[in-house]
Design a binder for this molecule. Sequence first.
Ligand code: AMP
Ligand code: MG
Length: 499
Amino acid sequence: MDAAVRQLSRLRFRNTFAALPEGFHARVTPTPLRGTHLASVSPAAAGLLGLGDQALADPELLDWLSGRRPHADAASLAMCYAGHQFGHYVPQLGDGRAIVLGEVDGADGGHWELQLKGAGLTPFSRDGDGRAVLRSSIREYLCSEAMHALGIPTTRALCLFGSDETVYRERVERGALLLRMAPSHVRFGSFEVFFYRQQFQQLRELADYVIDHDFPALRDDPRPYLALLREVVQRTAALIAQWQLVGFAHGVMNTDNMSILGLTLDYGPFGFLDAYEPGFVCNHSDHHGRYAFDRQPSIGLWNLTCLAQAMLPLLDADDGDAAVEQATDALAAYEPTLVAAYAAGLRAKLGLRDAHVDDQALGADLLALMAAGRVDYTNLFRDLAAVASAAAAPPAALRDRFVDRAGFDAWLVRYRERLRRDGVADAERAAAMRRVNPRYVLRNYLAQQAIAQAEQGDYAELDRLLALLARPYDEQPGMQAYAAEPPDWGRALEISCSS
Ligand code: AMP
Ligand code: MG
């Protein structure tokens, strides 16, 4: 057996979702894209499958991953789900352009569902063409891997394929394929579809599947479905706290884009904050700002409420009031969990070791000064690590970023007093701060530079960014330019739902 064949055959398939009955999915195979070629591979994601550096040189593996050739053991499918989009229930969504190729064992245990996005029409494509454009595929590819490196739960991305096929959006673009992976792609909307169809048997089967597949520890709970809801509440709260701390706006927090595993899922018109702007709306199509940055915590609860409602028949099939009571109780944990996670995270960003009652005010006052001066979010927190705790003149390099400089001076006096209360050595605190405040995030303009090159068939910038963002907390020599605030053209970029 040659090396190439071994790469594919070392993947062991399980196909658990395919074993569920018909209404859960539609069996479908990808429609190959003309002129498909491998554009980029994430070594970190490949490692999760036990695939080495050269694994994707294996032609058979590539044929399968790019949808050119089905694999007998893999059982490809499109998942069925519904969801609330911008607050309105849409009874039929489903994977309209993503096809689960199969589920394989992870190198270190666990399992990964491999999903090819842009793989062609499925029974759920509605008016869509089943395709994804290079631009949006690059954004999802880079951001999935960048979020993971930041320590934020997310779906992963194994590789990206370019193609010669044109896809029409507002203009003619290149089609692409993204190989996405997650332990499961089940969404809140996967539950909603069965609830609204009153298919409570299927609803139960789905919950049992999710518990057995991804939350086996809950199986022994006397109330496993309530335990599942509680777990999703907890994970979602923790996830959204992390988004807020890193300055990530998802852009389309519809319930079909909410992962039952608490992963960041479905990267569309997302954006990282450049200037700190609490009401930042990254999605140009979101006219009312429903998914504005500072609304994400409350939208998280709104979405969880949709999930809880869909789970009511599981919580208590006979007594509606009892079911509502359990759901309400589970949802009540959301806000305190999120607030506590955010508070702990903000304290860490500020380099505070002990917890004091006035820490939140200290953080909030800094954020208010940053908002008033449109100060760069990532860089300000990163550079705050260099502040000495001893009373001294404010460092000009920081002070000059604020419009209200006197306000910053006053804040700095409080901050330094607070640091001295902790009594941690400056160098030690600075090192801790640099472990939680990234130097590099996927700013829109950086993604745009990689996209512009890739559209000319050159993927060098894409790979450079992928490698850079794999180590966001390390100063990387020669890469200072990638920490720069956006140039004027980069500030004006408009990202819409079109993808
Ligand atoms: P999204 O906004 O990407 O989360 O997609 C919402 C829904 O529309 C999902 O059911 C997608 O599968 C579907 N969809 C988005 N784009 C396409 C497309 N080009 N072709 C078919 N279905 C699509
Ligand atoms: Mg989606």
